[in-house]
Write a protein that binds this ligand. Structure first.
Ligand code: SF4
Length: 326
């Protein structure tokens, strides 16, 4: 966990009732993000987890205006991201960066590493000369665990973990304050995943970065996140601190996700019960009325199928969207 003192009074990013819907045809609408609210404080890591198709990536992309919103608000340092004028947007693209899931497709294989990293620096006028820029790039490469010789090699010459380090170097090169890390470890070997998570945590410590860290399972996200939000079919169903989520998961979906993580103690692993969810995640196209988890929830009540439960506070800093906690 990052030890940097959190300036918790000041949210860097505020997401209020955000919706991102995609029109498929005249009758069908894909509700990828459907009324999601959260805040991210300076120096904090907020993890967002959920199965694929739950809307976490769309949410991250809408937060940094890679997608236009359908409804709601995203405020960055108090300013509405989706109402920026040209110069405000340009500044925002320097202050916020993304690290992508696939380190193979997110880097241009026709360019050498130096040029991949230099692109954003040129756009934002960082460094006055080519030499100064190359020197800065070598410095950043060493910060992410690569060396200066790597600057003149092509991205395809590197392993997945090294490519992800190049992607991180590219993001860092413009000195961002906020980074959306979109499943940055899910395409990597398990042995490399921990190295990348540790690197991101060290960089956060050194640079005071703020992260939105998106992941599809809860195992690795625990180590990097201060708080975690669990998404299911476009909704945030639970939001609390990382430790509280692991010790007292409350939403039936969170409990099922956690029960799927193996624990190192073999006796405890034998005793604990895995919660196997019935059925598949429903389609986000014209999703069912009410709680979207109702079809798979063994506690479902008649009212669960009538209206979507809102995220409510059940204890200090712990929010759950479930009628069991009314
Ligand atoms: Fe289950 Fe109802 Fe809670 Fe949804 S609101 S998780 S269906 S108990």
């Amino acid at each position: 966990m990052c030890s940097i003192e959190k300036e918790r009074k000041e949210p860097l990013l505020e997401v209020k009732n955000l919706k991102k819907h995609f029109k498929i045809n005249s009758k069908e609408i894909l509700k990828a993000v459907d009324d999601v609210s959260f805040e991210i404080y300076k120096g904090e890591t907020l993890g967002i987890v959920g199965e694929s198709g739950c809307g976490k990536t769309t949410c991250g992309r809408t937060c940094v205006k890679l997608y236009d919103k359908t409804d709601g608000t995203v405020l960055f340092k108090g300013q509405d991201v989706h109402s920026f004028n040209k110069s405000e947007y340009r500044k925002f693209t320097k202050e916020t960066q993304m690290i992508f899931q696939d380190p193979y497709s997110s880097l241009d294989s026709r360019l050498i590493v130096n040029d991949i990293i230099a692109e954003g620096m040129k756009v934002h006028g960082i460094c006055n000369s080519k030499e100064e820029r190359s020197e800065k790039i070598r410095e950043i490469l060493s910060q992410v665990g690569l060396n200066k010789e790597h600057a003149s090699r092509y991205a395809y010459e590197f392993s997945g973990g090294q490519r992800q380090r190049i992607g991180i170097a590219r993001a860092l090169a413009v000195n961002p304050e906020f980074m959306v890390c979109d499943e940055p470890i899910s395409a990597l070997d398990v042995s490399v995943q921990a190295q990348i998570v540790n690197l991101l945590m060290r960089l956060q410590e050194e640079r005071g970065l703020t992260y939105l860290f998106i992941a599809h399972d809860l195992s690795m996200v625990k180590h990097i996140s201060d708080r975690i939000g669990v998404m299911y079919l476009g909704n945030l169903v639970e939001l609390t601190t990382s430790s509280e989520l692991y010790q007292s998961p409350s939403h039936p979906y969170t409990k099922a996700l956690l029960s799927a993580i193996p624990v190192p103690d073999p006796d405890y692993q034998m005793e604990r019960q895995r919660i196997v969810l019935q059925g598949d995640i429903p389609s986000p196209i014209n999703p069912p009325m009410g709680c979207k988890f109702a079809q798979r929830c063994k506690y479902a009540l008649p009212k669960c199928r009538e209206a979507t439960p809102k995220l409510k506070k059940i204890s200090e800093g712990h929010f759950v969207a479930c009628y069991l906690y009314d």
